[in-house]
Design a protein around this ligand. Structure first.
Ligand code: 0A1
Ligand code: ZN
Length: 854
């Protein structure tokens, strides 16, 4: 063996450098002998040289102890670094060969939660993106696909891997996955688990065994997830014609997990917070999230697994499309308008924020240091918006025809965005070259519009401009589908929703034959991910809030009124306008509207959103002033609605808990009402509900209402006494205290909570419950003395040694630092420099902090 063991410096990887591998994989046989600190992994891999790109055998491998290595049964010369194992081409047989190796790894000490690790006594894996290389030597890249057979040896009762079960006996089990796959979809689980079992008959009549595996005590939290899985399977058959392709589909709930869930072939692994649900312990929001994530991971079976990504730059190929699919599914299961508003809220809060700061990157990035840093809102959510725009532009029929062609043409392959778009170009005969820019150009386009009426014609003139982002100074015009409708003065719609296709920097569209000047409803259903500026007065906004037939824009008008009101309160010390309060009250009390919609309309823009809006308008946001204005508006709303709140609260009792759209909509409005009511009734209604609630939505909702009104100490203690044994409910207990902490108390509350016996930095859910909530408590995080910054930086410095992925992700708390005043900027810069100065800082965190500093 040659030992070239000098540590490799982090390298930037470029899309333009993509080259096919020197070797393809045919079959893979793995045998795992599990032991907490000394697991043995025996591999037998059939390699085939790539005639088109011959060369050395290059395998990835990290943190492995190599015990033996053979090629076609013979020992051979090889070189090992801390990241690779190489066998020179000259030392390889001329044709196909079998590579065999044995390595030892230590799952128990793996706190990064990548590769094979242990969580609450069970073994589990996370291989996406590049975790398989911590399990054994392998070409760990998504374009190398193989057929896996896996043997697991352990005394633990449940032993799982991908594909179908082949055979098992005492202390062992064998699995075979007939579908070739990249290593990132490999999974293994071993534990003392209980199965919640069911079955599904596919459209061609095949019976599939379904299981959700959980720890003892969680059996009663599986039924909802199972129903969501079956609904997802039916939906993908009915809507996309996609059938499931194995005899068994397993889901496993794991307590320690960096992300939400993972689509490993036939063996999805879930963060337990994203699959377990029961009325007593989970809120409506959790039920909705579980339903969406189960669907997302299941839908990956076709968009991601059967057809995968050629390289990690193409991540949006599977993620954007799969998010789009899960969004449509959730809309079908619940309410499309409500779902769309929630999507846009999330897009603006996360993706626009990212796109407007130092971490902005194209949906298909062109370079990365650590791919784990690119599982972003841009890749996922903007990626989904691109699919939605494509569908709007080509129409439903061509959209489904393009998808069908994609599934047919690329099944079993690892492909690119170009391959995906070529299917739609073929089906429609369109040139999608300009549209493809959505994948390469970062930044959120600013769209402005002017209106003119003359004779019987109404003209809309749009102008678009995308601001510079890191590495991209000059931007080209994007293709924008702009959905518009026109409304007459009496509220009737004179032009139903019509999609305008904007391709130029500036472009006009004229509508003729109009009897009078209409009011335009623009960017209906949020038809493109842009920031729209439109100079319209409060009266027109109130008119659209009352009359727009497009629910998204109806909501949007309320949101804009709220924003204008808050900005006037912050910058000009104005009192909230009576018209706005009246318009909102009309929505609040309009029984003909969906309660979920009314709740969303009642919601105020977040402090972070207001800070960005002020910054965009050329001002320096003052977090304390934003906080105070928002609190003052909440009080003003409570007083203005005082005469209707108690009755609404009583009427909105949804009765027996059902986590469906109807019930959750009612509860959502009821909790919004309660949070205002608590500001004026000394907390009486909330205390009453807290005592009597039989579901977590109302129990946590009433506690939050109390905390938000500066009360709830006793309730917080009794909540703890009731739920201290339930880790997922305890995450809420931690989170709620930080989320509702007053600005000048937040850091102190966080510091105290990290000393609590139930705080555990090694568990990502618990760490995020505290520090994610601190970052989300805008005024608390940005407290004038910098205490919030320091506390987060301290925690990240400690966490980086344990879990680089979660550390890097939470660094995004600092991504908006250039918005704020000089003092805050310099305090944040100091903390970022302090993180960067930590010896042995991970590659993940180094990349993130470096990019944020810009
Ligand atoms: N593919 C998963 C998300 C995921 C990505 C990375 C992970 O570990 C680094 C884990 C999960 C999904 O989209 O659901
Ligand atoms: Zn995904």
């Amino acid at each position: 063996m040659k030992d070239a063991s000098a540590p490799t410096a982090p390298q930037t990887i470029y899309l333009k450098d993509y080259a096919a591998p020197h070797h393809w994989v045919d079959t893979v046989h793995l045998t795992f002998t599990l032991a907490p600190q000394a697991t043995r992994v025996l591999s037998r891999i059939a390699f085939v040289p790539n005639a088109e790109n011959p060369g050395d055998l290059v395998l990835n491998g990290e943190q492995l102890t190599l015990l033996s290595l053979r090629i076609d049964g013979e020992s051979v010369e090889y070189a090992v670094t801390d990241t690779h194992l190489t066998v020179a081409q000259a030392d390889l047989p001329s044709g196909a060969f079998t590579f065999e190796a044995e390595v030892e790894i230590s799952p128990q000490t793996n706190t990064a939660l990548e590769g094979l690790y242990m969580s609450s006594g069970m073994y589990c894996t996370q291989c996406e993106a590049e975790g398989f290389r911590k399990i054994t030597y392998y070409p760990d890249r998504p374009d190398v696909m193989g057929v896996f057979t896996v043997r697991v040896e352990s005394e633990l009762p449940v032993l799982l891997s991908n594909g179908n079960p082949v055979a098992s006996g005492k202390g062992w089990a064998e699995w075979h996955d007939p579908w070739k796959k990249p290593a990132y979809l490999f999974a293994l689980v071993a534990g003392d688990l209980i199965a919640h079992n069911d079955s599904f008959t596919t459209m061609s009549g095949k019976e599939v065994d379904l299981n959700i595996y959980v720890r003892k005590g969680d059996e009663d939290k599986c039924a909802f997830g199972m129903a969501a899985l079956k609904a997802s399977m039916t939906w993908d058959e009915e809507v996309y014609g996609r059938e499931y392709d194995l005899d068994i589909f397993n889901i496993v709930a794991v307590d320690d997990f960096n992300m939400g869930a993972m689509e490993n072939k036939g063996l999805n692994i879930f963060n337990s917070s994203c699959v377990l649900a029961s009325p007593e312990t989970s809120t409506d929001a959790t039920f909705e999230r579980v339903e969406g994530i189960i669907a997302h991971e299941y839908f990956h079976n076709w968009t991601g697994n059967r057809i995968t990504c050629r390289d990690w730059f193409q991540l949006c190929l599977k993620e954007g499309l799969t998010v789009y699919r899960d969004q449509m599914f959730s809309g079908d299961m619940r309410s499309h308008p409500v779902k769309r508003i929630e999507e846009v809220l999330q897009l603006r809060a996360r993706q626009f924020r990212e796109d407007n700061g130092p971490l902005a990157h194209p949906v298909r990035p062109e370079s990365f240091v650590e791919i784990n840093n690119f599982y972003t809102a841009t890749v996922y959510e903007k990626g989904a918006e691109i699919i939605g725009m494509l569908r709007r532009l080509v129409g439903d029929e061509a959209y489904y025809a393009g998808c069908a062609l994609y599934f047919d043409r690329f099944d079993g392959q690892a492909v690119t965005i170009e391959d995906w778009l070529a299917c739609f170009a073929q089906v429609t005969g369109r040139d999608l070259a300009q549209f493809q820019q959505w994948y390469s150009q970062a930044g959120t386009p600013r769209l402005s519009v002017t209106e003119a009426f003359s004779g019987d014609s109404f003209t809309l003139t749009f102008t678009q401009e995308t601001p510079p982002t890191p590495g991209q100074a000059v931007k080209k015009p994007q293709v924008l589908p702009i959905a518009v409708g026109l409304i007459a003065a009496d509220g009737t719609e004179v032009l139903p929703t019509t999609v305008l296709e904007m391709t130029q920097a500036s472009q006009s569209f004229t509508f003729s034959g109009l009897a009078a000047r209409p009011t335009a409803s623009i960017l209906r259903d949020f038809s493109a991910p842009v920031i729209l500026t439109r100079d319209i007065d409060a009266t027109t906004r109130a008119f659209l809030l009352a009359h727009d037939t497009d629910p998204f824009n109806k909501w949007e008008m309320g949101r804009m009124l709220a924003k204008d009101t808050l900005i006037a309160m912050i910058t000009r010390n104005e009192a909230p306008a009576g018209d706005y309060l009246d318009a909102l009250k009309a929505v609040l009390t309009d029984d003909s509207l969906d309660p979920a919609f009314r709740a969303l309309t009642l919601g105020l823009p977040s402090q972070d959103d207001l800070a960005q809006t002020l910054f965009d308008a050329g001002q320096t946001p003052d977090p304390m002033a934003i906080y105070e204005a928002r609190e003052a508006l909440r009080h003003a709303l409570a007083h203005h609605f005082a005469d209707v709140l108690p009755d609404l609260f009583a009427q909105l009792d949804a009765g027996t808990f059902k986590p469906d759209a109807d019930g959750s909509g009612k509860r959502s409005l009821r909790m919004s009402v309660l949070s205002l009511l608590s500001l004026i009734d000394a907390g009486k209604a909330a205390q009453g509900l807290f005592e009597s609630a039989d579901n977590m939505t109302e129990q946590a909702g009433s506690l939050l209402a109390l905390l938000g009104a500066g009360k709830g100490e006793e309730e917080l203690a009794s909540f703890y006494a009731q739920w201290f044994h339930d880790r997922l409910v305890m995450d809420k207990w931690f989170m709620m205290q930080v989320a509702t902490a007053a600005p000048l108390e937040a850091a102190q509350i966080v510091a105290k909570l990290t000393q609590h016996a139930d705080f555990n930095a090694k568990n990502p859910n618990r760490f995020r419950a505290v520090f994610g909530a601190l970052a989300a408590n805008h005024a608390g995080f940005h407290a004038p003395d910098g205490g919030g910054y320091k506390l987060l930086a301290d925690a990240l410095i400690d966490l980086d040694s344990l879990n680089p992925q979660t550390t890097a992700r939470l660094c995004t708390a600092f991504e908006t630092w250039r918005r704020y005043d000089g003092d805050r900027q310099s305090m944040i810069r100091d903390q970022l420099m302090r993180i960067l100065a930590k010896p042995d800082l991970s590659r993940d965190t180094t990349e993130m902090v470096t990019r944020i500093l810009g």
